[in-house]
Ligand binder design. Structure first.
Ligand code: NI
Length: 396
C-alpha cells in the first residue's frame, strides 16, 4: 500500500469531511447523551456498507471485514462527546453550537468526522485489507468513569480479538500536516479529590468563639503544595492543583465550612496513592490543630496513556512516509492532561498521537477546552490518511 495514494484520496474527500465536522459541531451532545451524534455516525457507516455494533447505549463500532482473510484485528478509536461550555469565536460563526451551553471545545467533532473519512477511505479499498478493522466511536471521554472504560468492561473488544488500537487528538501546538507522539508515557493519570474543612460558624468580630474554616483552608492549600516539592522524586512529573474553593457568604461572617475540589496528575498509581495519603494527612492535621473536622474523597480517574513501543513506531513510520521526516515531532516530555484512551492500553497494545490542527489564520491555536477552541480543517487530509495507513502496518 502506497500511503501517498491514501493522502491524495483523502484530499478529494476533504469537503465532505468538513461538512460532517460542521454538522456535528452545530449539534454537540454531552457525555453519555450522544444519541443524535450516534444516529448520524451509524447512518454514515451504513452508507459505506460497514456493519455497525452498539455495545453501549451511545457511540458505536463500525466493523469492516477486509477482502484478505486473516486473523488480524486493528481498532481505530475516535471520541464523540462535547463539553459543558458556552462557545465563542468568530472563526466558528458559520457552524457555532446550536445547543446552548454545550460545545465541541476539545475537537471531538473533528475526531469523529476524521474517522468517518478514514472509514470511507478503507471501505473503498477493502479488498486490499487483511483481517478486520474496527472503527470505535466512543462516548463519554470527558466524564468519569470514561466511555473507554465502559466499552472495555463490556468485553466486546476482547471478544473481537483486538490486536492493536490507535487513537489521535487534535493538537493546537502544531500545524496541519504535522503530528507529535512519544514512545512510552504520553499523558498523565488525572485523579480527583474533594476536601471539606469543617469549622464552627460565627461572627467575624468574635473569631475566638468560632473555628474559622477559611484559615484552615488557607493552611491546607499552602501545605499540600509542598507534597510534590518535598515528597515526590524530583525526576518524576507530578502536579497537585486545587481548582475550586467554596466557602463563606459575607464579609462579617465566619462560615461553618469550606469545600475544595482538586486534581492530582501523575504517571503511576503508587505515586498517586502516596499523594492521596499526604493530602488526607494534611486535611486531618489542619483539622486537629484547629479543633475542626474534615471529610476527604478521592476518585481515581483514568490511568496514564503509555504507548506500546512498536505501535508508536508504526505511527512514526507511517507518518514519516506520509508527511516527511520534519513533520513528525517526537515529544521529549509527556503532557499532564489525561485521556481515557488509557483504558484500552490496559487491555491491548496501542498508540495515541497528536494531530497538528493549529493555525493562527483560522483561529485554531487556542488550548483544549478554551471556549474559542477550533481546529484547522486541513488537518483531515493527514488525519484520515494516517489512520487508514496504520491498518497496513505490522503487529509487532
Ligand atoms: Ni479531548
Amino acid at each position: 500500500m502506497e500511503f501517498s495514494k491514501l493522502k491524495q484520496r483523502a484530499k478529494t474527500y476533504l469537503d465532505d469531511i468538513i461538512a460532517m465536522r460542521r454538522h456535528l459541531h452545530r449539534k454537540p451532545e454531552l457525555s453519555y447523551q450522544e444519541h443524535k451524534t450516534t444516529s448520524f455516525i451509524v447512518e454514515e457507516l451504513e452508507e459505506l456498507g460497514i456493519n455497525v455494533d452498539r455495545p453501549l447505549q451511545t457511540g458505536c463500532v463500525g466493523v469492516l471485514e477486509g477482502g484478505i482473510e486473516a486473523d488480524k484485528v486493528v481498532a481505530l478509536r475516535a471520541d464523540i462527546d462535547a463539553l459543558p461550555i458556552t462557545e465563542e469565536g468568530k472563526h466558528k460563526e458559520p457552524f457555532i453550537s446550536e445547543n446552548s451551553g454545550v460545545a465541541h471545545c476539545c475537537g471531538h467533532d473533528a475526531h469523529t468526522a476524521n474517522m468517518l473519512g478514514t472509514a470511507r477511505l478503507l471501505s473503498e479499498i477493502r479488498d486490499q485489507i487483511e483481517g478486520t478493522v474496527l472503527f470505535i466511536f466512543q462516548p463519554g471521554e470527558e466524564k468519569l468513569p470514561g466511555g473507554g472504560r465502559l466499552l472495555c468492561e463490556t468485553g466486546y473488544l476482547q471478544k473481537k480479538g483486538v490486536d492493536v488500537i490507535y487513537g489521535l487528538h487534535s493538537y493546537p501546538d502544531l500545524e496541519p500536516g504535522q503530528i507529535a507522539l512519544r514512545k512510552g508515557a504520553l499523558m498523565a493519570r488525572p485523579d480527583e479529590f474533594r476536601v471539606e474543612l469543617i469549622g464552627k460558624g460565627g461572627h467575624a468580630a468574635s473569631p475566638h468563639e468560632a473555628i474559622d474554616p477559611i484559615v484552615m483552608a488557607s493552611q491546607f492549600v499552602n501545605q499540600i503544595q509542598t507534597i510534590v516539592s518535598r515528597n515526590v522524586n524530583p525526576t518524576e512529573p507530578a502536579v497537585v492543583t486545587v481548582g475550586k474553593i467554596d466557602g463563606g457568604s459575607a464579609h462579617n461572617v465566619i462560615p461553618a465550612k469550606v469545600d475544595m475540589l482538586g486534581t492530582v496528575r501523575t504517571f503511576g498509581k503508587e505515586i498517586a496513592d502516596m499523594i492521596r495519603d499526604r493530602i488526607e494527612a494534611t486535611a486531618k492535621g489542619v483539622a486537629e490543630a484547629t479543633g475542626g473536622a474534615y471529610t476527604f474523597d478521592f476518585d481515581y480517574g483514568y490511568p496514564a496513556v503509555i504507548n506500546t513501543e512498536w505501535a508508536a513506531e508504526n505511527v512514526k513510520d507511517a507518518a514519516t512516509e506520509l508527511l516527511g521526516n520534519g513533520n513528525v515531532k517526537l515529544l521529549e516530555e509527556p503532557i499532564m492532561a489525561g485521556e481515557d484512551f488509557a483504558f484500552y492500553q490496559q487491555e491491548f497494545p496501542g498508540a495515541f498521537f497528536f494531530l497538528g490542527s493549529g493555525r493562527e489564520e483560522t483561529g485554531s491555536t487556542y488550548s483544549w477546552h478554551h471556549p474559542q477552541y477550533n481546529i484547522d480543517e486541513d488537518c483531515f487530509i493527514t488525519g484520515a490518511a494516517l489512520m487508514a495507513s496504520l491498518v497496513f502496518k505490522p503487529l509487532s
